[in-house]
Write a protein that binds this ligand. Structure first.
Ligand SMILES: [Zn+2]
Ligand SMILES: [Zn+2]
Length: 303
């Protein structure tokens, strides 16, 4: 008998964790970069080039983690059919004596990463399409490209890795729910035991604000099912979970339905619907007319 056979859930959990670690690296670089820019710490343009060149280790590690994350999520899909499909099929490759006593799953040689797509597409009803397969292959080449890059383009690799993670989540995990996965991940980290929830909520709001700023309209629709051209309001639900000290406002909610009399907003980050009142804000020259009890005006934030 084979012992400790991993479940689909085991592979999914590891895959999402790897994507989160890649995301952590990327946002650490972005945060320091923003801080340095805000405080004029780069003496000239070459200072920025040096910053991103020095970041090549973190960037290439993020790409590797993303590639591994994709592999684990595909393994999870295969394991949802049968985890034994991940074991090399030739009995001559199996551990000695496996037919005479118990053996651990981890003692078996498992299939090569290069064969995962073929196994997935053979046994699962919905195949991975060609564009995703070539994207998956490209993530392994990307690492070398970063390691050997010497120009300022490395600065843009952070955005490219963010897109890679969103594409992966969209294709292999829960479409539209990346930031829920992100909050779940942060809330289960060791330091979550000693820190406050508000910190993680502030952090994810900052990350979501950045993501919203770099994605195109079609990417926003693809990954979060909202148009970038929408009028965005403060999400009452996200707002209630912040510390009030974060650097960004959760401007992630849109009217649902998008009509002048609508009394609900929907947030693309936390996926919550919140009831709103349709009254004039009246603060300065704010033209807002969407209010919530716990925030006040969802346009300007004045209570
Ligand atoms: Zn929200
Ligand atoms: Zn207002």
């Amino acid at each position: 008998m084979i012992l400790e056979v991993p479940t689909a859930e085991d592979f999914f959990r590891t895959g999402i964790s790897l994507l989160n670690q890649a995301w952590n690296n990327v946002f650490e670089l972005i945060e320091y970069y923003k801080l340095a820019k805000d405080q004029d710490m780069f003496e000239d343009a070459s200072g920025e080039v040096d910053y991103w060149r020095a970041a090549s280790d973190e960037l290439s590690t993020s790409v590797t983690l993303t590639h591994q994350g994709i592999s684990f999520l595909i393994k999870g899909k295969i394991a949802s059919v049968n985890p034994h499909l991940l074991i090399l099929s030739q009995p001559k490759d199996w551990p000695k004596g496996c037919d005479k006593g118990d053996v651990y799953f981890s003692d078996f040689k498992t299939v090569d990463t290069g064969d995962l797509v073929k196994i997935h597409n053979t046994f699962l009803p919905i195949k991975l399409d060609e564009s995703f397969v070539s994207f998956f292959m490209s993530t392994s080449r990307k690492r070398n490209k970063i390691m050997h890059s010497i120009d300022n383009n490395l600065r843009f690799e952070v955005n490219s890795i963010i897109r890679d993670i969103l594409i992966t989540n969209d294709t292999l995990s829960n479409p539209g729910e990346w930031f829920l996965r992100r909050m779940e991940y942060l809330s289960t980290r060791p330091w979550a035991i000693i820190d406050h929830d508000e910190y993680y909520n502030d952090r994810v709001i900052t990350e979501c604000s950045y993501v919203k700023s770099i994605l195109t309209d079609s990417e926003m629709k693809q990954f979060f099912q909202v148009s970038k051209k929408s009028r965005f309001y403060i999400c009452p639900s996200c707002h209630s979970r912040t510390s009030g000290m974060g650097e960004d406002t959760p401007l992630f909610a849109v009217l649902k339905p998008n009509t002048p009399t609508s009394t609900n907003v929907y947030c693309f980050m936390c996926l919550q619907y919140s009831p709103v009142k349709r009254e004039k804000c009246g603060e300065g020259d704010c033209k807002g007319n969407v209010l919530a009890d716990n925030v006040g005006c969802l346009s300007c934030g004045e209570s």
